[in-house]
Design a protein around this ligand. Structure first.
Ligand code: ADP
Length: 477
């Protein structure tokens, strides 16, 4: 059977016997594949192995069905090309053996484009997957397999919820359905941090970015996932370091305050000794028991006072994980003054409070905020002592709600103010102008306040001294 109509067709067409031996081929076949009649048509298709040939034979010749397969041709002296082979049985008149009619569609461009895309996806560092409009997984690259611990075969066609943590897992189908109906985007095109579930059941922090694609009328969603485990670990390590530093700062402040603390404890201890001696004397003189009782009660009050000082110091100096709780600014300041007051008293400096009423609550680590106020007060005392309190002996601690709705706490002194050449150095770690200073106070204070979402700064007062202040956001109820 000759097929003159097909001879000039630009698509390679051939006819072969049931063994695959070429009986006839058109011009395009000869030009592109170069296999002459009498040879096997599949010679340039080296990967077309015996098993595939048997399949072609059984499907096409024995079952009399069309057969399609994508093949790579490597004709001698020509660049390789990809073809889609479409074969069908042909039983020409007079032929005693079944024959095959095949044509080849050149799909090189499409195949290479697809291969390149697949290579990019497979070698991408981020996990990339696609799901259909029902949430079923369609593609899952190598990085996704590595991240989740599943092979592609294990996830293919399964609902994406299997990779999610609750509550998202349970709600995902309704999210998707809701989006498809209303177009309301909760994550598509936005991206957010979530938790994902791996094959071992472990939950890992991820960043998920989702985009939507529509191909051939079908909607699909692509998710790019970045593992945040290391980032989170680094963040936690940093927070831990900062907490340790804040603790070291508190210990060093306590160290610097030993003189005033000793004074603060010595007072009740002296009183205790005095009341004890008086009690002994009264017993020796067989005095009225009510007088002895009175002395003992006073002794008890002083013992409690000394205990309270020690308890405050312990609480302040303790190493503890940062906690955030609702706190009242003024209460924090008043409570701290029991500790800071001793230092001021020792130097005959007055701590004056100007606290605004009805301040909104803070959500803070109370000890850390007290640490900042204590540092500012101690710096204020040092500054005033530096000039022998020649401008006066009062420090004003103020709290107020500023026009931005933030809570502002300030400590104003009557020291020399911050010198011009100190402006850039003030918050630099280890910068100090004091003989025994460490230069860590302000830099730790600034870190604490910025960790709480606020800022710490200062201004020189027009008359005398400096005001150091910090602002903190109020707690959203
Ligand atoms: P340190 O108190 O150990 O020196 P800080 O970081 O608390 O460390 O302070 C750094 C420097 O900032 C101080 O040495 C001082 O020069 C300056 N400073 C801090 N507070 C005041 C203040 N109220 N008035 C003037 N200078 C100040």
């Amino acid at each position: 059977m000759q097929l003159p109509a097909l001879d000039r067709l630009p698509v390679p067409v051939f006819r072969c016997d049931d063994e695959g031996r070429l009986i006839w081929a058109n011009v395009a076949w000869t030009e592109q594949l170069g296999v002459p009649p009498g040879e096997f048509w599949y010679l340039p298709f080296r990967e077309f192995d015996a098993a595939q040939r048997a399949q072609l034979r059984s499907r096409c010749i024995e079952a009399n069905e069309p057969f399609t397969i994508r093949l790579r041709a490597e004709p001698p002296g020509k660049p390789q090309r990809w073809y889609e082979l479409v074969a069908q049985p042909a039983i020409p008149d007079g032929a005693n053996q079944p024959q095959l009619l095949g044509s080849l569609i050149d799909v090189t461009q499409y195949t290479l484009g697809k291969a390149e895309t697949e290579a990019i996806l497979e070698t991408a560092v981020d996990a990339i997957l696609t799901i259909d409009a029902e949430g079923r997984i369609e593609t899952f690259n190598q990085a996704a397999c590595d991240l989740f611990g599943y092979s592609f075969e294990e996830v293919q066609g399964r609902n994406i919820a299997m990779l999610m943590g609750s509550p998202h897992a349970a709600d995902h189908d309704s999210y998707l359905a809701n989006y498809l109906i209303t177009g309301e985007k909760k994550i598509i095109g936005i991206g957010r941090e979530l938790e994902a579930r791996t094959a071992s059941g472990a939950m890992i922090p991820i960043y998920l970015a989702v985009s939507e694609i529509e191909l051939a009328g079908r909607r699909r969603f692509t998710g790019i996932i970045r593992d945040l485990t290391e980032q989170h670990a680094a963040r936690e390590a940093l927070v831990e370091q900062r907490e340790k530093l804040a603790h070291v700062g508190r210990l060093s402040t306590m160290g610097e305050m030993t003189a005033s603390i000793a004074h603060e404890i010595n007072q009740p201890l002296t009183a205790i000794a005095m009341y004890a001696q008086a009690g002994v004397k009264m017993l020796q003189q067989n005095r009225d028991t009510t007088k002895i009782m009175d002395a003992l009660e006073k002794l008890n009050v002083q013992a409690l006072r000394a205990g309270a000082v020690i308890e405050r110091i312990q609480r302040f100096a303790r190493a503890q994980d940062s906690v955030r709780e609702l706190a009242d600014t003024n209460e924090l300041i008043r409570d701290l003054l029991k500790l800071a007051g001793s230092d001021a008293r020792l130097h005959s400096i007055e701590l004056k409070l100007e606290l605004a009423d009805d301040l909104p609550a803070l959500f803070v680590d109370p000890i850390q905020i007290q640490q900042v106020v204590l540092n500012l007060i101690r710096n204020a005392i040092d500054a005033m002592l530096e000039i022998d309190c020649s401008n006066g002996r009062t420090i004003v601690v103020r709290s107020e709600l500023n026009s931005q709705g933030e809570i502002e706490v300030s400590v104003s002194d009557l020291g020399p103010g911050v010198a011009d050449n100190q402006v850039d150095l003030l918050f630099t770690p280890f910068h100090t102008t004091k003989k025994e200073g460490m230069g860590m106070g302000l830099s730790i204070c600034r870190t604490i306040i910025s960790e709480h979402g606020g800022e710490l700064s200062y201004r020189n007062k027009p008359d005398a001294g400096a005001t150091f202040f910090f602002r903190l956001p109020q707690h959203d109820a």
